[in-house]
Design a protein around this ligand. Structure first.
Ligand code: CU
Length: 471
């Protein structure tokens, strides 16, 4: 037996390229996925060139070669075709971005962020396996930038790491990236220069590559989400890019609930949700109600059917994407949200003393003698804080929620709804702006939790049953 060190130090040099382990070079096989090493193929041959070396095919067209995805509260980047190449143009610029539009229940939350083509985050780039793409990047910021194609296997000089792969793009300059994509799945793009500032200011986006010859029919609904997190001090108009841990606006496609448009599905639709996470510091377990999801792909490529798994909370870690699918067989209005409690609330939740369970008695009255307007909050829980009509600082929103069909929904941040209906009428998901789109599901009689009657309580819980509450 020779050790790994001896192998690398001696034998590998002697054998030259032939000794590069297969695990390092499997990218040339299928869809960019790595293959496990096998005894007889432990050498490098020309079939194992990186995928970008393969000759391109004719540009794949929407409606013909793929079913376009939908980026709710966002958009898809248009392209033109020049001599068989798909040409895209991204402009990096400051954007006055709305995180939550004003409703009768909340004021608007907006901030000057950095994004692409007038929006935050950047529009979704959509292409097809085998496409040759040329992406122009114009920098209209006050500092240099560079764009990285996250998960794509491209020539080293096209990888977009400022200083390493290329000269940075100075203010006013336009750079050209060009490569052939021979992968399929859900990828991302983002700034790779002054990363902390630029990504925390919004310079991220999704990049979808459809299979050239799909093994399964396309899903009926194909939604794209990018998750991120921000620090916007209430009353200010710019995210704080130097924040390292304490984020207070958590977003799906740069919207926080109640500013998130719902996903829509017709009963029986196969729904795919592609989720990418470019939050600064947090992984997000994205949880679905009413259904379980099959994890069908990662940013490493599709997962073969026998290896896919089901779960109701899919962990999307920072820097990763996950594609999940489910059949919408359960009509209703369902929650889809991060399961970290502090990721489903908005600003205002920080710096509060823990007073839960305390009876303030005459405390408020006494404190008001020297601090007019003082109010003890949170002693009964925080669910009422959204609708108690408190005066809040400008450019901030209630910590949680919005009025739902029956009561107040005490969620914010990384929360949206999936509305599954037998008949969607004229509803089109891409027309939704906020949580109200599509109205609310009416639960059929006998299928909804409700106040128990005295008869029911006595029948099922016996003589010691509590009395039904009469309001
Ligand atoms: Cu989360």
């Amino acid at each position: 037996m020779i050790s790994r060190k001896q192998f690398i130090g001696g034998t590998a040099f002697a054998a030259g390229l032939a000794a590069i382990p297969r695990v390092l070079r499997g990218q040339g096989t299928e869809a960019g996925t790595s293959q496990p090493p096998s005894a007889q193929s432990y050498h490098f041959d020309e079939r194992d060139q990186p995928v970008w070396t393969k000759a391109p095919l004719a540009p794949g067209l929407p409606g013909k070669d793929y079913q376009p995805t939908v980026t709710l509260n966002g958009s898809t980047l248009p392209f033109r075709i020049v001599d068989g190449v798909k040409v895209f143009h991204l402009t990096c610029e400051e954007v006055d971005h709305v995180f939550i539009p004003a409703t009768p229940n909340n004021q608007e939350l907006r901030a000057f962020c950095w994004g692409f083509n007038g929006q935050v985050h950047g529009p979704t780039i959509e292409c097809v396996e085998g496409d040759r793409v040329r992406i122009y990047v114009t920098n209209q910021l006050q500092e240099s930038t560079s764009i990285h194609w996250h998960g794509l296997i491209v020539p080293s000089g096209m990888d977009g790491v400022g200083g390493l792969s290329q000269k940075t793009i100075k203010p006013g300059e336009t750079f050209k990236y060009e490569f052939t994509i021979w992968q399929q799945g859900t990828f991302m793009y983002h700034s790779h220069d002054d990363e902390m500032t630029q990504m925390q200011m919004g310079m991220i986006g999704m990049l979808i590559v459809h299979p050239r010859e799909p093994k399964t029919p396309p899903p009926d609904r194909d939604y794209v989400y990018i998750l991120s997190e921000w620090k916007i001090v209430p009353g200010t108009r710019r995210p704080d890019p130097s924040e390292m841990t304490d984020f207070n606006v958590l977003t799906l496609n740069a919207r926080a609930f109640p500013g998130t448009a719902p996903m829509l599905a017709k009963l029986g639709d196969r729904v795919r949700i592609r989720i990418g996470n470019l939050s600064s510091m947090d992984h997000h377990p994205m949880h679905i109600h009413g259904h379980s999801m099959r994890v069908v792909a990662t940013d490493g490529g599709p997962i073969q059917e026998s290896a896919q798994w089901n779960e109701v909370s899919v962990l999307v870690q920072v820097g990763a994407t996950r594609d999940v699918e489910f059949v919408a067989n359960n009509p209703g209005d369902w929650a889809f949200h991060c399961h970290m409690f502090h990721h489903v609330m908005n600003q205002m939740g920080h710096g509060l003393p823990n007073v839960i369970g305390i009876n303030p008695g005459k405390l408020d009255q006494k404190v008001r003698t020297f601090m007019p307007g003082y109010m003890t909050m949170g002693q009964d829980g925080m669910g009422d804080m959204g609708d108690m009509g408190m005066k809040i600082p400008p450019n901030s929103v209630p910590m949680v929620g919005a009025p739902g069909p029956y009561d107040y929904i005490t969620m914010g941040g990384l929360y949206t709804n999936i509305k599954v209906r037998a008949d969607l009428g004229d509803l089109k998901p891409e027309n939704g702006q906020d949580f109200l789109y599509g109205g609310w599901y009416e639960n059929p009689p006998g299928t909804q939790a409700a106040l128990a009657s005295d008869d029911e309580l006595r029948r099922d819980l016996g003589e010691s049953a509590p009395k039904a509450k009469r309001v």
